[in-house]
Design a protein around this ligand. Structure first.
Ligand SMILES: [Zn+2]
Length: 115
Protein backbone atom coordinates (compact mmCIF):
# COMPACT_ATOMS: atom_id res chain seq x y z
CA UNK A 1 0.00 0.00 0.00
CA UNK A 2 1.47 3.40 -0.87
CA UNK A 3 1.69 6.39 1.44
CA UNK A 4 -1.29 8.21 0.01
CA UNK A 5 -3.52 5.19 0.45
CA UNK A 6 -2.38 4.83 4.03
CA UNK A 7 -3.20 8.45 4.69
CA UNK A 8 -6.58 8.01 3.11
CA UNK A 9 -7.37 5.04 5.31
CA UNK A 10 -6.18 6.90 8.36
CA UNK A 11 -8.36 9.85 7.55
CA UNK A 12 -11.38 7.67 7.00
CA UNK A 13 -10.78 5.88 10.25
CA UNK A 14 -10.40 9.06 12.28
CA UNK A 15 -13.41 10.73 10.74
CA UNK A 16 -15.52 7.70 11.42
CA UNK A 17 -14.35 7.55 15.03
CA UNK A 18 -15.13 11.23 15.48
CA UNK A 19 -18.60 10.87 14.08
CA UNK A 20 -19.21 7.82 16.22
CA UNK A 21 -18.12 9.67 19.33
CA UNK A 22 -20.25 12.68 18.47
CA UNK A 23 -23.28 10.53 17.79
CA UNK A 24 -22.86 8.52 20.97
CA UNK A 25 -22.77 11.66 23.09
CA UNK A 26 -25.40 13.66 21.24
CA UNK A 27 -27.86 11.39 19.52
CA UNK A 28 -27.98 7.92 20.94
CA UNK A 29 -29.69 7.12 24.16
CA UNK A 30 -27.89 5.09 26.80
CA UNK A 31 -29.51 1.79 25.97
CA UNK A 32 -28.72 2.07 22.31
CA UNK A 33 -25.05 2.65 22.86
CA UNK A 34 -22.74 0.37 21.02
CA UNK A 35 -20.91 0.47 17.75
CA UNK A 36 -23.99 1.75 15.95
CA UNK A 37 -24.61 5.28 14.79
CA UNK A 38 -27.92 6.94 14.21
CA UNK A 39 -29.02 7.06 10.55
CA UNK A 40 -28.06 10.72 10.13
CA UNK A 41 -24.53 10.16 11.37
CA UNK A 42 -24.21 6.95 9.44
CA UNK A 43 -25.05 8.85 6.30
CA UNK A 44 -22.53 11.55 7.13
CA UNK A 45 -19.90 8.90 7.75
CA UNK A 46 -20.60 7.23 4.41
CA UNK A 47 -20.51 10.59 2.72
CA UNK A 48 -17.19 11.50 4.30
CA UNK A 49 -15.75 8.17 3.23
CA UNK A 50 -16.91 8.66 -0.31
CA UNK A 51 -15.46 12.17 -0.50
CA UNK A 52 -12.18 10.93 0.85
CA UNK A 53 -12.10 8.12 -1.68
CA UNK A 54 -12.67 10.51 -4.52
CA UNK A 55 -10.35 13.19 -3.22
CA UNK A 56 -7.61 13.99 -5.73
CA UNK A 57 -5.69 16.07 -3.19
CA UNK A 58 -4.97 13.36 -0.69
CA UNK A 59 -1.25 13.85 -1.05
CA UNK A 60 -1.22 17.54 -0.16
CA UNK A 61 -3.94 17.71 2.42
CA UNK A 62 -4.82 15.84 5.56
CA UNK A 63 -8.46 16.31 6.36
CA UNK A 64 -11.44 17.04 4.19
CA UNK A 65 -12.69 19.41 6.87
CA UNK A 66 -9.59 21.52 6.31
CA UNK A 67 -9.39 21.16 2.59
CA UNK A 68 -9.61 24.36 0.59
CA UNK A 69 -11.38 22.67 -2.26
CA UNK A 70 -14.51 22.17 -0.15
CA UNK A 71 -15.93 19.28 -2.05
CA UNK A 72 -18.46 18.76 0.72
CA UNK A 73 -21.98 19.98 0.18
CA UNK A 74 -22.63 23.00 2.47
CA UNK A 75 -25.05 21.03 4.60
CA UNK A 76 -22.65 18.12 5.08
CA UNK A 77 -19.80 20.50 5.66
CA UNK A 78 -21.68 22.15 8.48
CA UNK A 79 -22.42 18.73 9.96
CA UNK A 80 -18.84 17.56 9.79
CA UNK A 81 -17.57 20.81 11.30
CA UNK A 82 -19.90 20.36 14.22
CA UNK A 83 -18.61 16.83 14.68
CA UNK A 84 -14.99 18.02 14.55
CA UNK A 85 -15.62 20.78 17.04
CA UNK A 86 -17.21 18.36 19.46
CA UNK A 87 -15.04 15.32 18.98
CA UNK A 88 -11.71 16.99 18.28
CA UNK A 89 -10.81 17.76 21.90
CA UNK A 90 -12.43 14.55 23.14
CA UNK A 91 -10.39 12.43 20.80
CA UNK A 92 -7.41 13.29 22.97
CA UNK A 93 -8.79 11.00 25.61
CA UNK A 94 -9.92 8.21 23.35
CA UNK A 95 -7.24 8.19 20.70
CA UNK A 96 -4.44 10.48 21.88
CA UNK A 97 -2.04 9.71 19.06
CA UNK A 98 -4.61 10.21 16.35
CA UNK A 99 -5.87 13.37 17.99
CA UNK A 100 -2.42 14.89 18.23
CA UNK A 101 -1.70 14.00 14.65
CA UNK A 102 -4.97 15.64 13.64
CA UNK A 103 -4.20 18.73 15.68
CA UNK A 104 -0.77 19.18 14.14
CA UNK A 105 -2.12 18.73 10.65
CA UNK A 106 -5.00 21.14 11.21
CA UNK A 107 -2.71 23.78 12.64
CA UNK A 108 -0.28 23.44 9.80
CA UNK A 109 -3.02 23.75 7.24
CA UNK A 110 -4.62 26.70 8.96
CA UNK A 111 -1.30 28.46 8.80
CA UNK A 112 -0.92 27.79 5.12
CA UNK A 113 -4.42 29.04 4.46
CA UNK A 114 -3.79 32.35 6.23
CA UNK A 115 -0.75 33.22 4.24
ZN1 LIG B 1 -26.03 10.58 15.34
Amino acid sequence: MNKVEKKRQKEQYIVEEMIRLYCRKNHLEEERQGRQMCPVCQELSDYAKLRSQKCPFMEQKTFCANCKVHCYKPEKREQIRRVMRFSGPRMLMHHPILAIWHLICSKREAKVKNL
